[in-house]
Design a protein around this ligand. Sequence first.
Ligand SMILES: Cc1cc2nc3c(=O)[nH]c(=O)nc-3n(C[C@H](O)[C@H](O)[C@H](O)COP(=O)(O)OP(=O)(O)OC[C@H]3O[C@@H](n4cnc5c(N)ncnc54)[C@H](O)[C@@H]3O)c2cc1C
Length: 474
Amino acid sequence: MKQRGLHRREFVKAASLSVLALAGPWAANAGAAIDRSALGKLAAKLRGRLIAPGDPDYNAARRVWNARFDRHPAAIAQCAGADDVARCIEFARRNDIPAAVRSGGHSQAGLSVCDGGLVIDLSRMKRIEIDPTRRTARAEPGVTRAEFDREAQKHGLVTPMGQCQDVGLGGLVLGGGEGALCPRYGASCDNVLDSEIVLADSRILQAEADRNPDLLWGICGGAGNLGTVTRLGFQLYPLREVVAGWVWYPFDQARGVMRSYREASRAAPDDLFTELCVQRPDDRDVMATVFVFHSDPARAARDVEPFRKLGRPARESIKRRSYLDGQAAAGFPVWTGWSSYQRSGFLPAITDELIDAIAAEPSPQGSDLWFSHLHGAISRHPIDFNAYHQRTPGFTFWAEADWQGAEPREAVEWVDRIWKVAAKASDGVYVNMLDVEPGREREAYGANYQRLAELKKKYDPDNFFRMNVNVKPA
Ligand SMILES: Cc1cc2nc3c(=O)[nH]c(=O)nc-3n(C[C@H](O)[C@H](O)[C@H](O)COP(=O)(O)OP(=O)(O)OC[C@H]3O[C@@H](n4cnc5c(N)ncnc54)[C@H](O)[C@@H]3O)c2cc1C
């Protein structure tokens, strides 16, 4: 999915312990201030570490992937387990401050850091256990996509994940989890067998098929609305080798390539995942590029062939690879420190109007757009299988602008122009791709919104967990 070269940016900004209110759910109540002794008492109760302003690690600890969100929490609690999380929730409630839950910190909308509140940081919770005999895994939410894949591959096993290597399992899986194995095995959240969660009243519950099944339903796709998840159990499948890589077409062929891509996608079997992207690889000429990932090397050549002939390719890199190499080929290393602006929607079909709009102007420097094809197993589950609702075959679409320093007006305006056309064909949105777009919350849960709202009333009636794409209690 999203890609970006390796970059860093320094964050140095003084922070104060007492923080006054700012607008939005991420800000503390007016006048709220937390005194140091209260924080000291919390720190003493935690197995993990509490980092407050003034601590040499404070600036690094509050930093999130999207540098547009430069927020100053009252403290960051790097939790060691569910008991720490329960204490943090209790503390935030008693002090009437907001809490943001963080796993990998990759929220597009900056939802895992807040001003003046407490960050419940799970990024240090990285335990993974693989049971090769039962083909199951248990992982804590701070495990990244790449860490999970590596551990499971030691036993030749996989489960569907996204492609960005350092996205956290917490946000990825609770929102859905779209990636190369979705056509074959469904979304990441479709493969969750059980979970441990800390509720808004600090109770620690287990959720599985025969224990709190409603909670498990809402955890999978409910994007953190019901509580803080501290463990996820997964179904695994055997897979060691894939055929994967890119085909690059010059931008002057973009219209034909997109039309042919739309056609070829219709016949894609469950083993084949593809994405089409308009971007400037290496920051140079604009290209219409296609990523293919086939999970059955024996049948790949035939199935992949149409995607190598969507136009006259400038070059290609499709080859047999290890699963880990195939995942790495899909996404480049990424690093926190760039700002990102994005518009996204789910497209049941790619319209001629959208193709024409994209082909009419090359993406400016620092911008790109993507169509990620969802079909097969992910689309065969009924819409109420769990809270993840995108069950029609089609494309998760997004256009984005990324930058360091000053906002690139040309790129942001291009994103808005393209999105204006795409929005006409859009039906819903993948919750994990939303930027700050108040009013689109219902779109992110579709027909499952009402059931989630009822669960919210049952498990979080005061809407304590609101630093997310928020569902209001029914
Ligand atoms: C570079 C990049 C590439 C991406 N590629 C893909 C991809 O290939 N496939 C895909 O499906 N998505 C992709 N995404 C989207 C990604 O799935 C979301 O950004 C996801 O929410 C990130 O999870 P995180 O734990 O890193 O984020 P965080 O910022 O830590 O969390 C995101 C949201 O989830 C909540 N949350 C996190 N952990 C928990 C928890 N344990 N309990 C309760 N709530 C929690 C947070 O409060 C926040 O609201 C990509 C995003 C980026 C930035």
